[in-house]
Design a protein around this ligand. Structure first.
Ligand code: HEC
Length: 156
């Protein structure tokens, strides 16, 4: 009776293929060095982030105390302060108060490695729907990065 074992092997191979495929969807500038999205997902689920945030894929994370983290990979800025790059997101997750003193987001107590994993998970959200130039790229008038909406531009 090798059938069940073969089936199990097939399922594992298919799951591995799908996971590898997911990873590839995060464009290089948004990949977090040594961050693991799977570990990050478990960490974010266990760290109470959902008490304040809507976070796709995280059970019970449906609170609107803080901004929703939906399609996070497409976001231009972290807390309106820092361009949304992996390093800036990790810095925010480690110590939000250092970046935005008085912010309603408390210090998380995450270690560097944990913050890297959490950031890696958040940056998978919406990564599939990124335009050619990912969020977090320079926004200057001469850059190739995303432009502000026309209605938000100051009048000449
Ligand atoms: C007590 C509520 C609370 C908890 C718990 C909390 N946050 Fe936040 N978070 C906030 C608030 C409020 C902001 C907006 C802060 C600001 O803009 O200064 C924020 C901002 C953020 C941002 C930037 C959002 C944006 O739109 O720029 C990220 C990313 C984030 N939080 C992730 C997390 C993660 C991951 C956790 C769990 C480890 C977590 N937060 C736990 C309240 C919380």
């Amino acid at each position: 009776m090798t059938r069940p074992r073969e089936a199990a092997r097939f399922v594992l191979a298919a799951a591995g293929f799908l996971l590898a495929g997911c990873d590839q969807e995060v464009p290089a500038p948004l990949r977090v060095a040594s961050g693991d999205p799977g570990r990050g997902h478990r960490l974010v689920s266990a760290s109470g982030c959902g008490a304040c945030h809507v976070i796709p894929g995280v059970r019970g994370a449906s609170s609107w105390v803080g901004p929703p983290l939906t399609e996070w990979a497409r976001r231009g800025y972290v807390a309106g302060h820092l361009p949304n790059t992996p390093d800036n997101l990790v810095a925010w997750l480690r110590d939000p108060q250092a970046i935005s003193p008085g912010s309603a987001m408390p210090s998380t107590g995450l270690t560097e490695a944990e913050a890297r994993d959490a950031a890696a998970y958040l940056l998978t959200l919406g990564a599939r729907r990124l335009p050619a130039v990912p969020a977090g790229m320079p926004l200057g008038p001469d850059s190739e990065g995303p432009r502000p909406e026309p209605r938000l531009r100051p009048r000449a």
